[in-house]
Write a protein that binds this ligand. Structure first.
Ligand SMILES: Nc1ncnc2c1ncn2[C@@H]1O[C@H](COP(=O)(O)OP(=O)(O)O)[C@@H](O)[C@H]1O
Ligand SMILES: [Mg+2]
Length: 245
């Protein structure tokens, strides 16, 4: 990235522990305004723990999270939302007992601007025609791909400046993964900054401007997709991911 780009989000030496398990052992990452940044790594690397600490769902044991230069207090996820962060959690976590429309409105629970809220809701229905057709149906009737779109739509209803996604491609068919990544690329072109956690290294590096590779709670490589490929870091990460098998 060039000189004067605004840093939106930064972690400094962030540590997350669960009892004696050290899931995140001092990770420093940043996302500048307008970037798609990928966090790559095998199962158990600490990716979700990193996102949860950024979003305030777990209190870090050490280090800090800064948003536009200001430290964020630990926990207090609602403050993250108010400050422009949105998270699409692992496994989507939409509410299957509610309708599509109710799920989308939940994403806007902190907004008081009723008129522009309705406008944004219609914009989301215009973008996701499958959701539009099922507005008043239970979210349980959606396919896996539609549920992922609903989870993203719900996050967008908060009008975030930074969208964080935890393994959004998990469980989707190759075609839907392609559509998902095309959507993320479009949202980014429209101005949204994105922090994308993925095990699908190949697809993530097709849209990311920069990436970090995480192994056992530490960052072992970072750079542009081209740098990571040229330095052989991605092949190494793949070997780690696939183990001996
Ligand atoms: N709630 C928890 N309690 C105890 N250990 C956990 C918890 N969540 C994650 N871990 C452990 O922390 C490590 C990192 O997990 P996680 O952040 O989920 O990694 P990833 O998302 O990269 O798969 C793993 O060893 C995992 O077993
Ligand atoms: Mg995870």
């Amino acid at each position: 990235m060039s000189g004067n780009v605004e840093v939106l989000l930064e972690t400094k030496d962030l540590e997350v522990t669960y009892g004696r398990i050290e899931a995140v052992k001092g990770i420093s990452i940043s996302v500048a305004a307008g970037e798609i940044v990928a966090v790559l790594g095998a199962n158990g690397a600490g990716k979700s723990s990193l996102l949860k600490a950024i979003y305030g769902l777990v209190a870090p044991r050490g280090g800090e999270v800064r948003l536009v230069g200001r430290p964020l207090p630990p926990r207090l996820a609602h403050m993250r939302v108010a400050n422009g962060l949105a998270l699409v959690p692992e496994g989507r976590q939409i509410l299957v007992s509610l309708s599509v429309d109710e799920n989308l409105r939940l994403g806007a629970y902190r907004r008081k601007d009723a008129a522009s809220l309705e406008h944004d809701l219609e914009a989301i229905y215009a973008r996701f025609s499958n959701l539009n057709q099922r507005r008043h149906m239970s979210a349980s009737t959606l396919s896996g791909g539609e549920q992922q779109m609903l989870a993203i739509g719900r996050a967008l209803m908060a009008k975030p400046s930074l969208l964080m996604l935890d393994e959004p491609s998990l469980g989707l068919s190759p075609r839907l993964v392609g559509e998902l990544f095309e959507l993320l690329r479009q949202l980014n072109e429209e101005g949204l900054s994105i922090l994308l956690v993925e095990q699908n290294t190949h697809k993530a590096l097709q849209i990311a401007h920069r990436a970090y590779v995480i192994e056992l709670g530490r960052c072992v490589a970072e750079g542009t997709p081209r740098q990571l490929h040229e330095e052989g870091k991605i092949e190494e990460a793949y070997l780690g991911q696939n183990g001996a098998g």
